[in-house]
Design a binder for this molecule. Sequence first.
Ligand SMILES: [Zn+2]
Length: 369
Amino acid sequence: MLALAPEAPRILAQSRDVLAVSGTNGKTTTTAYLTAALATLGPVDTNDDGANTAAGITTSLAAGTAPRVVIETDERWLPWLIEATKPSIVTLLNLSRDQLHRHHEVAHLAHAWSDALCSVPHVVASASDPAVVMAALAARKQTWVAVGSRWTQDGHVCPRCGGECVHEGADWGCDVCGLCKPTPDWWLEGDELVSKQFRLPLRLALPGEVNRANAAMAVATAALAGVEPSQALAAVRDIAAVAGRYAIAEHQGRRARVVLAKNPAGWLESLAIVAGTTEPLILAFNSEGVDGRDPSWLYDVPFDHLGGRRVVVTGRRATDMLVRLEMAGLTDIASTTDVLTALEMLPEGDVTVIANYTAFQEARRVLAR
Ligand SMILES: [Zn+2]
């Protein structure tokens, strides 16, 4: 379609209200949350199959006629999407290193976003991520959401001037050009989502801080689009799995929750979900094209706090993972060929499987049998 009619996305988006969601991590979950929240107003189309570049987005636009469309957009394709579909609101989650062989540097992506966002009427953006804030300031209007961030390793160099960006607790700022954390309109306070007008309990079926952040971004965006925040929250609260992420599969007495983590920031958040438990872990690791062929970023992920826990590694780059864990001082780590065998090596009960992209798809397939 794009070859025959390059104008197709523009025509298909005409007279529909397009909302875009982009960022390195959390796009699919936030898109699902936002779609559920907006569905309280009427029919919504979305690309919930994860196809988030030009071809997939165009297919999704062609497949429906709903007046509202929520589009998960690959971070490198966001400028194209803005140009093609003129979204009314763009939700910007975070930017961190990902797929080292494919993506440009984080600062380069942030500048590409900044150039593209000039024409966007309103962004809902994380106030916690310097690269996102720098880019979001280019839009005509901003709603800031302070969602916090465990991962700050891509935020130490100011994305605007190259100076040092100092992080102190949840605050950050550059002493050279003055770029700093904006005053949030929405923020997380323990288990509550708070704004000047609202204080809402944020109890979700999905686990972890990371999903509270995704829900906060979705509710803030839905509120801007006219959904009562408490209704938005009621619509997202019970979503228990998104495109297989966080789904629980049973196998011979083991209950395996499968978590997708594609890059250092994602691994950090996924490991945080099991922190404070002694639950056994399966780490499944590949390095096919979509995983990023260069797995050296494993050394950016802190694994040392996994000591004292049963861990089994699997996947085609299991040996890289084993070496990484050994460097973190972990010993007695078992290794095996596939997720089912890994599960059978662990005692009955709850197990968390953390897997990167193709390993996650494989784990879903074998566990669904
Ligand atoms: Zn600066």
